[in-house]
Design a protein around this ligand. Structure first.
Ligand code: SAH
Ligand code: F3S
Length: 445
Protein backbone atom coordinates (compact mmCIF):
# COMPACT_ATOMS: atom_id res chain seq x y z
CA UNK A 1 0.00 0.00 0.00
CA UNK A 2 1.05 3.59 -0.57
CA UNK A 3 1.30 5.86 2.46
CA UNK A 4 -0.51 9.09 3.29
CA UNK A 5 0.50 11.56 5.98
CA UNK A 6 -2.25 13.94 7.15
CA UNK A 7 -1.64 17.00 9.31
CA UNK A 8 -4.78 18.61 10.72
CA UNK A 9 -5.17 22.17 11.97
CA UNK A 10 -8.20 23.83 13.54
CA UNK A 11 -11.55 22.60 14.72
CA UNK A 12 -13.20 19.23 15.15
CA UNK A 13 -14.85 19.59 11.74
CA UNK A 14 -11.36 19.44 10.27
CA UNK A 15 -10.49 16.41 12.40
CA UNK A 16 -13.62 14.71 11.08
CA UNK A 17 -12.76 15.73 7.48
CA UNK A 18 -9.24 14.32 7.88
CA UNK A 19 -10.68 11.03 9.15
CA UNK A 20 -13.02 10.94 6.17
CA UNK A 21 -10.16 11.56 3.74
CA UNK A 22 -8.20 8.80 5.43
CA UNK A 23 -11.11 6.41 4.92
CA UNK A 24 -11.63 7.33 1.26
CA UNK A 25 -7.91 7.13 0.52
CA UNK A 26 -7.71 3.77 2.27
CA UNK A 27 -10.12 2.47 -0.36
CA UNK A 28 -7.91 3.80 -3.09
CA UNK A 29 -4.82 2.11 -1.72
CA UNK A 30 -3.31 4.44 0.88
CA UNK A 31 -2.57 3.61 4.51
CA UNK A 32 -2.07 6.45 6.99
CA UNK A 33 1.41 6.95 8.35
CA UNK A 34 2.62 9.13 11.19
CA UNK A 35 6.00 9.58 9.47
CA UNK A 36 5.94 12.36 6.96
CA UNK A 37 9.27 11.23 5.47
CA UNK A 38 7.75 7.87 4.43
CA UNK A 39 4.67 9.33 2.75
CA UNK A 40 3.78 9.18 -0.95
CA UNK A 41 1.04 11.72 -0.29
CA UNK A 42 1.18 14.60 2.21
CA UNK A 43 -2.04 16.40 3.09
CA UNK A 44 -2.27 19.51 5.22
CA UNK A 45 -5.85 20.14 6.28
CA UNK A 46 -5.86 23.83 7.12
CA UNK A 47 -7.65 26.41 9.26
CA UNK A 48 -7.99 30.13 8.59
CA UNK A 49 -10.09 31.25 11.55
CA UNK A 50 -7.34 33.55 12.86
CA UNK A 51 -4.18 34.91 11.28
CA UNK A 52 -1.99 32.83 13.61
CA UNK A 53 -3.53 29.63 12.22
CA UNK A 54 -2.56 30.73 8.71
CA UNK A 55 0.99 31.60 9.73
CA UNK A 56 1.49 28.14 11.23
CA UNK A 57 0.52 26.54 7.94
CA UNK A 58 2.91 28.65 5.85
CA UNK A 59 5.77 27.89 8.21
CA UNK A 60 4.93 24.17 8.09
CA UNK A 61 5.22 24.21 4.29
CA UNK A 62 8.52 26.08 4.60
CA UNK A 63 9.75 23.18 6.72
CA UNK A 64 8.69 20.39 4.34
CA UNK A 65 9.87 21.88 1.05
CA UNK A 66 13.00 19.73 1.23
CA UNK A 67 10.88 16.54 1.03
CA UNK A 68 9.59 17.59 -2.38
CA UNK A 69 13.05 18.64 -3.49
CA UNK A 70 14.43 15.25 -2.44
CA UNK A 71 11.61 13.33 -4.13
CA UNK A 72 9.47 15.06 -6.72
CA UNK A 73 7.07 12.07 -6.82
CA UNK A 74 5.70 12.94 -3.40
CA UNK A 75 2.25 14.50 -3.90
CA UNK A 76 1.45 17.46 -1.64
CA UNK A 77 -2.09 18.76 -1.13
CA UNK A 78 -3.52 21.61 0.90
CA UNK A 79 -7.13 21.11 1.98
CA UNK A 80 -9.56 22.86 4.34
CA UNK A 81 -10.48 26.48 4.99
CA UNK A 82 -7.31 28.14 3.74
CA UNK A 83 -7.75 26.26 0.44
CA UNK A 84 -11.23 27.71 0.18
CA UNK A 85 -10.21 31.21 1.14
CA UNK A 86 -7.06 31.59 -0.94
CA UNK A 87 -7.57 29.08 -3.79
CA UNK A 88 -5.09 29.40 -6.65
CA UNK A 89 -3.15 32.19 -4.93
CA UNK A 90 -1.62 29.46 -2.76
CA UNK A 91 0.11 27.96 -5.80
CA UNK A 92 2.10 31.20 -6.13
CA UNK A 93 2.93 31.32 -2.45
CA UNK A 94 3.77 27.59 -2.19
CA UNK A 95 4.92 26.74 -5.74
CA UNK A 96 5.70 23.09 -4.97
CA UNK A 97 2.09 22.35 -3.96
CA UNK A 98 0.32 19.83 -6.22
CA UNK A 99 -3.27 20.58 -5.34
CA UNK A 100 -5.67 22.78 -3.41
CA UNK A 101 -8.94 21.18 -2.34
CA UNK A 102 -11.78 23.09 -0.62
CA UNK A 103 -13.83 21.59 2.25
CA UNK A 104 -16.81 20.90 -0.04
CA UNK A 105 -14.62 18.43 -1.97
CA UNK A 106 -13.48 16.15 0.84
CA UNK A 107 -15.36 13.36 -0.97
CA UNK A 108 -13.22 13.95 -4.07
CA UNK A 109 -9.83 13.47 -2.45
CA UNK A 110 -9.02 10.21 -4.33
CA UNK A 111 -9.98 11.83 -7.67
CA UNK A 112 -7.87 14.92 -6.92
CA UNK A 113 -4.81 12.75 -6.22
CA UNK A 114 -5.43 10.61 -9.34
CA UNK A 115 -5.80 13.68 -11.52
CA UNK A 116 -2.53 15.17 -10.27
CA UNK A 117 -0.74 11.87 -10.88
CA UNK A 118 -2.21 11.56 -14.39
CA UNK A 119 -1.72 15.12 -15.59
CA UNK A 120 1.34 16.10 -13.54
CA UNK A 121 -0.30 19.53 -13.37
CA UNK A 122 -1.29 21.49 -10.25
CA UNK A 123 -4.99 21.41 -9.49
CA UNK A 124 -7.34 23.82 -7.67
CA UNK A 125 -10.76 22.42 -6.74
CA UNK A 126 -12.53 24.79 -4.41
CA UNK A 127 -15.93 25.74 -5.79
CA UNK A 128 -18.86 25.28 -3.37
CA UNK A 129 -21.19 22.35 -4.06
CA UNK A 130 -24.61 23.26 -5.46
CA UNK A 131 -26.62 20.71 -3.47
CA UNK A 132 -29.47 21.89 -1.22
CA UNK A 133 -28.54 19.52 1.56
CA UNK A 134 -25.54 17.57 2.65
CA UNK A 135 -24.79 13.88 2.32
CA UNK A 136 -21.89 11.74 3.52
CA UNK A 137 -22.40 8.36 1.85
CA UNK A 138 -21.56 5.30 3.86
CA UNK A 139 -18.28 3.62 2.90
CA UNK A 140 -17.96 0.06 4.03
CA UNK A 141 -14.77 -1.17 5.65
CA UNK A 142 -12.79 1.03 7.98
CA UNK A 143 -9.02 1.26 8.05
CA UNK A 144 -7.80 -0.67 11.05
CA UNK A 145 -7.48 1.67 14.01
CA UNK A 146 -8.02 1.52 17.72
CA UNK A 147 -11.67 2.18 18.52
CA UNK A 148 -12.18 5.38 20.43
CA UNK A 149 -15.28 5.42 22.64
CA UNK A 150 -16.27 8.88 21.35
CA UNK A 151 -17.19 9.35 17.72
CA UNK A 152 -17.87 12.53 15.78
CA UNK A 153 -20.85 12.71 13.44
CA UNK A 154 -21.30 15.64 11.07
CA UNK A 155 -24.92 16.76 10.95
CA UNK A 156 -24.71 20.17 9.27
CA UNK A 157 -22.10 22.17 7.45
CA UNK A 158 -21.63 25.87 6.75
CA UNK A 159 -22.96 28.93 8.50
CA UNK A 160 -25.45 31.61 7.46
CA UNK A 161 -24.91 33.95 10.38
CA UNK A 162 -22.18 36.20 9.00
CA UNK A 163 -20.94 37.52 12.34
CA UNK A 164 -18.83 40.48 11.22
CA UNK A 165 -15.50 39.00 12.42
CA UNK A 166 -15.89 35.46 11.12
CA UNK A 167 -14.52 33.86 7.98
CA UNK A 168 -16.50 30.60 8.32
CA UNK A 169 -19.44 31.60 6.07
CA UNK A 170 -16.86 32.34 3.35
CA UNK A 171 -14.83 29.17 3.80
CA UNK A 172 -17.58 26.67 4.61
CA UNK A 173 -20.50 28.11 2.64
CA UNK A 174 -24.20 28.03 3.44
CA UNK A 175 -25.91 25.93 6.13
CA UNK A 176 -26.82 22.48 4.77
CA UNK A 177 -28.14 19.64 6.89
CA UNK A 178 -27.87 15.87 6.45
CA UNK A 179 -31.06 13.79 6.27
CA UNK A 180 -31.81 12.40 9.74
CA UNK A 181 -32.03 8.82 8.44
CA UNK A 182 -28.48 9.07 7.13
CA UNK A 183 -27.32 10.35 10.53
CA UNK A 184 -29.15 7.57 12.41
CA UNK A 185 -27.59 4.97 10.10
CA UNK A 186 -24.11 6.36 10.78
CA UNK A 187 -24.74 6.39 14.52
CA UNK A 188 -25.89 2.75 14.40
CA UNK A 189 -22.73 1.78 12.50
CA UNK A 190 -20.51 3.62 14.96
CA UNK A 191 -22.20 1.97 17.94
CA UNK A 192 -21.70 -1.43 16.31
CA UNK A 193 -18.00 -0.57 15.98
CA UNK A 194 -17.77 0.20 19.70
CA UNK A 195 -18.60 3.90 20.05
CA UNK A 196 -20.31 4.81 23.33
CA UNK A 197 -20.45 8.57 23.01
CA UNK A 198 -21.69 10.44 19.95
CA UNK A 199 -20.57 14.04 19.37
CA UNK A 200 -22.66 15.85 16.79
CA UNK A 201 -20.64 18.32 14.79
CA UNK A 202 -21.31 21.46 12.80
CA UNK A 203 -20.26 25.09 12.68
CA UNK A 204 -23.74 25.72 13.88
CA UNK A 205 -25.36 22.48 15.02
CA UNK A 206 -28.57 23.92 16.33
CA UNK A 207 -29.41 25.45 12.95
CA UNK A 208 -29.87 21.81 11.94
CA UNK A 209 -32.95 21.08 9.84
CA UNK A 210 -33.96 24.67 9.29
CA UNK A 211 -34.36 24.05 5.57
CA UNK A 212 -33.42 21.84 2.66
CA UNK A 213 -34.23 18.47 4.22
CA UNK A 214 -36.50 16.12 2.26
CA UNK A 215 -37.89 14.92 5.59
CA UNK A 216 -37.90 17.96 7.88
CA UNK A 217 -36.55 17.20 11.36
CA UNK A 218 -35.77 19.91 13.93
CA UNK A 219 -32.53 19.79 15.92
CA UNK A 220 -34.20 18.73 19.17
CA UNK A 221 -36.12 16.00 17.31
CA UNK A 222 -32.81 14.69 15.99
CA UNK A 223 -31.54 14.45 19.59
CA UNK A 224 -34.62 12.49 20.68
CA UNK A 225 -34.19 10.25 17.62
CA UNK A 226 -30.54 9.47 18.44
CA UNK A 227 -31.44 8.81 22.07
CA UNK A 228 -33.61 5.92 20.87
CA UNK A 229 -30.72 4.13 19.20
CA UNK A 230 -29.64 1.26 21.46
CA UNK A 231 -26.05 1.49 22.65
CA UNK A 232 -25.65 5.28 22.61
CA UNK A 233 -24.60 6.02 26.18
CA UNK A 234 -23.72 9.70 25.86
CA UNK A 235 -24.67 12.42 23.42
CA UNK A 236 -23.05 15.86 22.97
CA UNK A 237 -22.88 18.47 20.25
CA UNK A 238 -20.75 21.38 19.26
CA UNK A 239 -20.88 24.25 18.34
CA UNK A 240 -24.21 25.85 18.98
CA UNK A 241 -25.35 29.40 18.32
CA UNK A 242 -27.29 31.28 21.00
CA UNK A 243 -29.80 32.72 18.50
CA UNK A 244 -30.82 29.22 17.37
CA UNK A 245 -31.43 27.81 20.87
CA UNK A 246 -35.12 26.90 21.15
CA UNK A 247 -37.25 26.15 24.25
CA UNK A 248 -37.57 22.60 22.88
CA UNK A 249 -33.80 22.23 22.93
CA UNK A 250 -33.65 23.40 26.55
CA UNK A 251 -36.38 20.90 27.37
CA UNK A 252 -34.33 18.10 25.77
CA UNK A 253 -31.71 18.55 28.51
CA UNK A 254 -34.33 17.83 31.12
CA UNK A 255 -35.86 14.91 29.19
CA UNK A 256 -32.90 13.01 27.80
CA UNK A 257 -30.65 11.17 30.22
CA UNK A 258 -27.97 10.50 27.62
CA UNK A 259 -27.71 14.18 26.62
CA UNK A 260 -24.82 15.33 28.80
CA UNK A 261 -25.44 18.31 31.05
CA UNK A 262 -22.80 20.44 29.40
CA UNK A 263 -23.49 23.09 26.78
CA UNK A 264 -20.83 24.93 24.80
CA UNK A 265 -22.53 28.17 23.81
CA UNK A 266 -20.23 30.83 22.31
CA UNK A 267 -20.99 34.28 23.71
CA UNK A 268 -18.01 36.26 22.28
CA UNK A 269 -18.63 39.33 24.45
CA UNK A 270 -20.56 40.47 27.51
CA UNK A 271 -21.31 43.93 26.14
CA UNK A 272 -24.39 44.73 24.06
CA UNK A 273 -22.78 47.36 21.85
CA UNK A 274 -19.94 44.99 20.93
CA UNK A 275 -22.38 42.11 20.37
CA UNK A 276 -24.31 44.34 18.01
CA UNK A 277 -21.24 45.38 16.00
CA UNK A 278 -20.22 41.74 15.91
CA UNK A 279 -23.72 41.06 14.51
CA UNK A 280 -24.25 38.22 16.96
CA UNK A 281 -28.02 38.63 16.89
CA UNK A 282 -28.53 38.45 20.66
CA UNK A 283 -28.12 40.66 23.71
CA UNK A 284 -26.47 39.82 27.02
CA UNK A 285 -29.94 39.81 28.62
CA UNK A 286 -31.23 37.28 26.09
CA UNK A 287 -28.23 35.04 26.67
CA UNK A 288 -28.72 35.27 30.44
CA UNK A 289 -32.46 34.51 30.18
CA UNK A 290 -31.69 31.40 28.21
CA UNK A 291 -29.13 30.27 30.79
CA UNK A 292 -31.53 30.96 33.65
CA UNK A 293 -34.20 28.77 32.03
CA UNK A 294 -31.68 26.03 31.43
CA UNK A 295 -30.34 26.19 35.01
CA UNK A 296 -33.87 26.04 36.41
CA UNK A 297 -34.81 23.02 34.30
CA UNK A 298 -31.44 21.25 34.57
CA UNK A 299 -29.74 22.41 37.78
CA UNK A 300 -26.44 20.60 37.24
CA UNK A 301 -25.87 22.05 33.76
CA UNK A 302 -22.38 23.46 33.10
CA UNK A 303 -21.56 25.96 30.41
CA UNK A 304 -18.50 26.77 28.39
CA UNK A 305 -18.02 29.50 25.84
CA UNK A 306 -15.87 31.34 23.28
CA UNK A 307 -14.69 34.89 23.98
CA UNK A 308 -13.04 37.44 21.67
CA UNK A 309 -11.16 40.35 23.25
CA UNK A 310 -9.94 43.50 21.55
CA UNK A 311 -12.67 43.68 18.92
CA UNK A 312 -12.44 46.97 16.95
CA UNK A 313 -13.60 49.84 19.15
CA UNK A 314 -13.79 47.75 22.37
CA UNK A 315 -13.20 50.13 25.28
CA UNK A 316 -11.77 49.17 28.64
CA UNK A 317 -15.20 49.30 30.28
CA UNK A 318 -16.80 47.27 27.47
CA UNK A 319 -14.10 44.67 27.98
CA UNK A 320 -14.77 44.67 31.73
CA UNK A 321 -18.42 43.90 30.95
CA UNK A 322 -17.18 40.65 29.42
CA UNK A 323 -15.33 39.73 32.62
CA UNK A 324 -18.40 40.53 34.72
CA UNK A 325 -20.56 38.49 32.39
CA UNK A 326 -18.22 35.50 32.62
CA UNK A 327 -18.38 35.69 36.43
CA UNK A 328 -22.15 35.98 36.35
CA UNK A 329 -22.60 32.87 34.21
CA UNK A 330 -19.77 30.96 35.91
CA UNK A 331 -18.44 29.21 32.82
CA UNK A 332 -16.58 25.96 33.51
CA UNK A 333 -14.18 26.63 30.64
CA UNK A 334 -13.69 29.02 27.74
CA UNK A 335 -11.81 29.31 24.49
CA UNK A 336 -10.43 32.84 24.54
CA UNK A 337 -8.96 34.74 21.60
CA UNK A 338 -7.54 38.11 20.61
CA UNK A 339 -9.49 39.58 17.73
CA UNK A 340 -7.79 38.91 14.38
CA UNK A 341 -9.00 40.64 11.17
CA UNK A 342 -9.99 38.12 8.48
CA UNK A 343 -10.18 38.58 4.71
CA UNK A 344 -13.64 39.27 3.21
CA UNK A 345 -15.26 39.89 6.60
CA UNK A 346 -17.04 43.21 7.34
CA UNK A 347 -14.96 43.73 10.51
CA UNK A 348 -11.78 43.71 8.41
CA UNK A 349 -12.97 47.14 7.19
CA UNK A 350 -13.35 48.45 10.75
CA UNK A 351 -10.45 50.28 12.31
CA UNK A 352 -8.52 47.61 14.24
CA UNK A 353 -7.77 50.20 16.90
CA UNK A 354 -7.12 48.18 20.04
CA UNK A 355 -3.31 48.06 20.21
CA UNK A 356 -1.76 44.59 20.20
CA UNK A 357 -0.32 44.90 23.76
CA UNK A 358 -3.77 45.91 25.04
CA UNK A 359 -5.37 42.93 23.31
CA UNK A 360 -2.77 40.64 24.88
CA UNK A 361 -3.29 42.17 28.32
CA UNK A 362 -7.07 41.74 28.03
CA UNK A 363 -6.60 38.16 26.92
CA UNK A 364 -4.39 37.52 29.93
CA UNK A 365 -7.02 38.96 32.29
CA UNK A 366 -9.72 36.87 30.61
CA UNK A 367 -7.63 33.73 31.04
CA UNK A 368 -7.06 34.57 34.72
CA UNK A 369 -10.78 35.15 35.22
CA UNK A 370 -11.61 31.82 33.58
CA UNK A 371 -8.95 29.98 35.63
CA UNK A 372 -10.60 31.28 38.80
CA UNK A 373 -14.04 30.19 37.61
CA UNK A 374 -12.73 26.77 36.59
CA UNK A 375 -11.12 26.37 40.00
CA UNK A 376 -14.39 27.25 41.78
CA UNK A 377 -16.31 24.78 39.61
CA UNK A 378 -13.66 22.09 40.06
CA UNK A 379 -13.66 22.33 43.84
CA UNK A 380 -17.35 21.39 43.85
CA UNK A 381 -16.31 17.94 42.69
CA UNK A 382 -13.90 17.31 45.57
CA UNK A 383 -14.95 14.23 47.57
CA UNK A 384 -17.77 13.48 45.10
CA UNK A 385 -18.16 10.64 42.65
CA UNK A 386 -18.18 11.36 38.94
CA UNK A 387 -18.99 9.01 36.07
CA UNK A 388 -16.09 8.62 33.66
CA UNK A 389 -16.11 7.24 30.14
CA UNK A 390 -12.63 5.73 29.85
CA UNK A 391 -10.56 6.76 26.84
CA UNK A 392 -7.31 4.98 27.67
CA UNK A 393 -4.10 5.01 29.68
CA UNK A 394 -1.48 7.68 30.16
CA UNK A 395 1.75 8.04 32.11
CA UNK A 396 3.00 11.08 33.99
CA UNK A 397 6.24 11.28 35.93
CA UNK A 398 6.53 7.49 35.76
CA UNK A 399 3.04 6.84 37.14
CA UNK A 400 0.52 5.10 34.96
CA UNK A 401 -3.13 6.11 35.24
CA UNK A 402 -6.38 5.91 33.32
CA UNK A 403 -8.02 8.86 31.70
CA UNK A 404 -11.42 9.80 30.41
CA UNK A 405 -14.09 12.48 30.70
CA UNK A 406 -17.08 13.03 32.90
CA UNK A 407 -20.40 14.09 31.32
CA UNK A 408 -19.52 17.75 31.93
CA UNK A 409 -16.39 17.31 29.80
CA UNK A 410 -13.78 17.53 32.54
CA UNK A 411 -10.69 15.43 31.98
CA UNK A 412 -10.50 12.81 34.72
CA UNK A 413 -7.25 11.02 35.61
CA UNK A 414 -7.60 8.16 38.02
CA UNK A 415 -6.01 5.05 39.44
CA UNK A 416 -7.65 1.66 39.80
CA UNK A 417 -6.22 -0.01 36.75
CA UNK A 418 -5.91 -3.36 38.51
CA UNK A 419 -9.67 -3.81 38.10
CA UNK A 420 -9.22 -4.55 34.40
CA UNK A 421 -11.08 -1.51 33.10
CA UNK A 422 -10.60 -0.57 29.46
CA UNK A 423 -11.50 2.12 26.94
CA UNK A 424 -15.25 2.45 26.53
CA UNK A 425 -16.06 1.36 30.10
CA UNK A 426 -17.97 3.78 32.29
CA UNK A 427 -16.77 3.82 35.88
CA UNK A 428 -17.33 5.87 39.01
CA UNK A 429 -14.36 7.85 40.23
CA UNK A 430 -14.06 9.61 43.59
CA UNK A 431 -12.42 13.01 43.04
CA UNK A 432 -9.50 13.80 45.36
CA UNK A 433 -7.84 16.75 43.63
CA UNK A 434 -8.44 19.29 40.91
CA UNK A 435 -5.96 21.16 38.75
CA UNK A 436 -7.03 23.33 35.85
CA UNK A 437 -9.78 21.51 33.97
CA UNK A 438 -8.59 18.09 35.21
CA UNK A 439 -10.00 16.08 38.10
CA UNK A 440 -7.89 13.39 39.75
CA UNK A 441 -9.02 10.50 41.91
CA UNK A 442 -9.59 6.79 42.44
CA UNK A 443 -11.98 4.39 40.77
CA UNK A 444 -14.79 3.28 43.09
CA UNK A 445 -15.36 -0.46 42.95
N1 SAH B 1 -20.24 28.66 15.38
C1 SAH B 1 -19.55 29.26 16.45
C2 SAH B 1 -18.23 29.85 16.07
C3 SAH B 1 -17.21 29.00 15.36
S1 SAH B 1 -15.64 29.79 15.09
C4 SAH B 1 -20.47 30.33 17.09
O1 SAH B 1 -21.63 30.16 17.14
O2 SAH B 1 -20.00 31.36 17.57
C5 SAH B 1 -14.83 29.40 16.63
C6 SAH B 1 -14.47 30.59 17.46
O3 SAH B 1 -13.35 31.26 16.92
C7 SAH B 1 -15.54 31.65 17.54
O4 SAH B 1 -16.53 31.33 18.44
C8 SAH B 1 -14.74 32.88 17.95
O5 SAH B 1 -14.65 33.00 19.35
C9 SAH B 1 -13.37 32.61 17.35
N2 SAH B 1 -13.13 33.49 16.18
C10 SAH B 1 -13.76 33.44 14.99
N3 SAH B 1 -13.30 34.43 14.19
C11 SAH B 1 -12.37 35.11 14.90
C12 SAH B 1 -11.55 36.25 14.63
N4 SAH B 1 -11.63 36.88 13.48
N5 SAH B 1 -10.71 36.67 15.60
C13 SAH B 1 -10.64 36.04 16.79
N6 SAH B 1 -11.40 34.96 17.09
C14 SAH B 1 -12.26 34.50 16.17
FE1 F3S C 1 -18.77 32.28 12.63
FE2 F3S C 1 -20.82 33.52 13.69
FE3 F3S C 1 -21.15 31.41 12.15
S1 F3S C 1 -18.89 33.08 14.70
S2 F3S C 1 -19.35 30.18 12.43
S3 F3S C 1 -20.39 33.36 11.50
S4 F3S C 1 -22.24 31.89 14.05
Amino acid sequence: MKQVYIDTFGCQMNVADSDRMELLLFHSGYARTTHMEDADLILVNTCSIREKAEQKIFSLFGGIKHLKEANSDVVMGLTGCLAQQEGERLLKRIPFLDFILGPDHVEHIPQAVDRVLETQQPLTWNDFDKQKNYSIPEVSGQPQKATHPSAFVNIIKGCDKFCTFCVVPFTRGREKSREAEEIYAEVRTLVNQGAKEIILLGQNVNAYGKRGLETPVAFHELLYGIAEIPGVERLRFTTSYPGDVTPELLQAYADLDILVNHLHLPAQSGNNRILQVMRRGNTVEEYMALIETLKTQTPDIELSTDIIVGFPGETESEFEDTLKFMEQVGFSSSYMFCYSPRPNTPAAEFLDDVPEPVKKERLQRTIECQSRLTQIQGEKYLGKEVEVLIEGHATRKGTRFMKGRNPHYWQVHFSGDENGFGPGDRVKVRVEAVSGHTLRGQAVV
